[in-house]
Design a protein around this ligand. Sequence first.
Ligand SMILES: Cc1cc2nc3c(=O)[nH]c(=O)nc-3n(C[C@H](O)[C@H](O)[C@H](O)COP(=O)(O)OP(=O)(O)OC[C@H]3O[C@@H](n4cnc5c(N)ncnc54)[C@H](O)[C@@H]3O)c2cc1C
Ligand SMILES: *[C@@H]1O[C@H](CO)[C@@H](O)[C@H](O)[C@H]1NC(C)=O
Ligand SMILES: *[C@@H]1O[C@H](CO)[C@@H](O)[C@H](O)[C@H]1NC(C)=O
Ligand SMILES: *[C@@H]1O[C@H](CO)[C@@H](O)[C@H](O)[C@H]1NC(C)=O
Ligand SMILES: *[C@@H]1O[C@H](CO)[C@@H](O)[C@H](O)[C@H]1NC(C)=O
Ligand SMILES: *[C@@H]1O[C@H](CO)[C@@H](O)[C@H](O)[C@H]1NC(C)=O
Ligand SMILES: *[C@@H]1O[C@H](CO)[C@@H](O)[C@H](O)[C@H]1NC(C)=O
Length: 485
Amino acid sequence: MISYVYIIFLLITAIHATIFHLPVNKCPQEDSLRKCFDQHYIKGSVHFRDDFVDYNKDIKFEYNRLVIYFPVAFVHPVDILDIQNTIRCGVKLNFPIVARSGGHSYEGYSIGDKDCYLVVDLVNFNKITVNTTSQIAIVETGNILESLHYKLSQLSFAFPAGICSNIGVGGLILGGGMGFLNRKFGMSSDNILDAQIVLANGTVVNNAKEYPELLWAIRGAGNFGYGIVTALTLRIHPIQKIATFFHFIYDFDQTPLVFSVVNQLGNNLYQNLTLLTKMGISQRSTYVYGVYLGSVYELQSYIQDFIKLSKPKNVSYTEDESYNVLMLIDGFDPPKAGFFKVKSFFIDSTGISYEGVRYIMRFVESLKCHLHFNVLLIGGGRVNEIKRKETAFVHRGFLYHIEIKIFVTSKTCIQELENFSHHFQRRYANFESYQNINDKQLDNWQCRYYGENFEKLVKIKREYDPYNLFRWNQSIPTNTEISCY
Ligand SMILES: Cc1cc2nc3c(=O)[nH]c(=O)nc-3n(C[C@H](O)[C@H](O)[C@H](O)COP(=O)(O)OP(=O)(O)OC[C@H]3O[C@@H](n4cnc5c(N)ncnc54)[C@H](O)[C@@H]3O)c2cc1C
Ligand SMILES: *[C@@H]1O[C@H](CO)[C@@H](O)[C@H](O)[C@H]1NC(C)=O
Ligand SMILES: *[C@@H]1O[C@H](CO)[C@@H](O)[C@H](O)[C@H]1NC(C)=O
Ligand SMILES: *[C@@H]1O[C@H](CO)[C@@H](O)[C@H](O)[C@H]1NC(C)=O
Ligand SMILES: *[C@@H]1O[C@H](CO)[C@@H](O)[C@H](O)[C@H]1NC(C)=O
Ligand SMILES: *[C@@H]1O[C@H](CO)[C@@H](O)[C@H](O)[C@H]1NC(C)=O
Ligand SMILES: *[C@@H]1O[C@H](CO)[C@@H](O)[C@H](O)[C@H]1NC(C)=O
């Protein structure tokens, strides 16, 4: 009897682990939506809530399990016409619509901000076409970063994008895109040359560059509600076949020294040293790692001052094909779905103060949840050569960006993170935050994400989505009383 009960218990636990508590009720107008889809012969698969297994798979695709809503349906269009028809039905029946590429939004915005959204999942938009002569790639937005990196490195090309390999091209590039190659090639969004977009009224814009304001907006705010971007034309960059990954390890106590060396050298580090890029602080140690697009031998002369001054206790280099090097980095931030909360800070060009570093260290030591603390060097690189108003991506002129990501195992941790962030931002960091590290709790997000570009973004939104079809907590609104000047 006991073992029988125990088996049932195990079964229930197993089911809970793999299947969410799906709502059994229907969304308002759900039946009409089905009819509308049938009438318009949507060719791609459509998963409503009662399509239990497939719908559950679609839900589980979301990376952050802390924020889960239950859409009315997931549509997986196979072509532009499917997207247009989905929009037509959504508009007619008053369902808000969101696009989903990689499902890595930290606030779950690719399934909306409440139940009953209509999700346009771009998984079938996965073509990549590369022209090495013109140094251009046309990349459909349903691709994950790994596919892009892989394809390009086969041809000895690179694109500055994110670090985690299964993030979506759509969300990451349209909202900025930070990673190892930014110092050399700029933000991902700085490299958008053109785009294909399905607008709220169903019209397809095949060449966004014929609509300069729209192109301006999607270079940094393209995932904030301007339409469904189906393909991006990107500037790609020739690189050497060989790249080097390096990794320096420090004792936790050395953290202030490491920061002071980054502050001192960061703005003048060799630009081709796309590095330094990342440093991480954990409860145990602090490390600096990065990528150099060239051999170990070449790297030595550019990095020796940094090593001499910061005194790592261990130094290691891995020379390999660029693809392997870029993928190696992935191992440092395992892309497993779970419960996360993130915060973003930009640090001015002089760097963070000694007191600021001590404040971080105390937080890292006291926090009960596991965390990733990542610092990405921007100073002295291509990102800062571009003017704040040149594209929607406003954050220019900073020395580094700090991302704190906690693996939430208790509510207390979230409160501790909120408290830390509030004080840290006021005392030691700039006012701005990176829009792709989205955070619902952030006050004044409009100005923190977009600064003086916000009002122009609202004006452009009004032009291309006047009825606010693409809307959620932090999408660009059609009207505002906020001024960020
Ligand atoms: C594990 C992890 C690692 C990360 N690492 C990095 C990093 O190294 N560098 C960095 O810059 N960022 C990083 N991020 C943040 C990341 O850039 C954003 O979460 C990004 O928005 C995710 O894109 P996605 O397509 O995967 O997300 P989705 O959840 O699919 O989309 C995110 C948002 O963009 C919108 N959107 C998606 N596709 C389209 C489209 N085709 N047209 C219009 N709107 C669209 C969605 O509606 C949603 O609002 C990371 C996030 C995670 C979870
Ligand atoms: C690649 O670009 C070059 C230069 O713009 C052009 O002449 C060529 O036709 C393109 N190749 C393909 C296959 O489109
Ligand atoms: C940086 O690398 C590029 C090749 O990617 C090269 O053309 C350029 O000269 C290098 N810059 C410096 C300052 O060495
Ligand atoms: C220290 O560096 C050496 C190479 O210099 C490497 O083999 C070793 O794995 C490193 N140790 C750690 C703990 O990373
Ligand atoms: C919030 O942070 C401040 C400053 O670091 C600290 O003094 C205070 O105890 C914290 N409050 C909570 C509730 O953690
Ligand atoms: C849809 O909106 C765009 C942008 O405002 C406009 O150029 C286009 O003419 C509109 N299409 C239709 C069919 O109204
Ligand atoms: C986000 O939007 C939902 C509904 O659309 C609302 O219930 C919620 O309060 C909003 N959250 C914030 C932080 O604004």
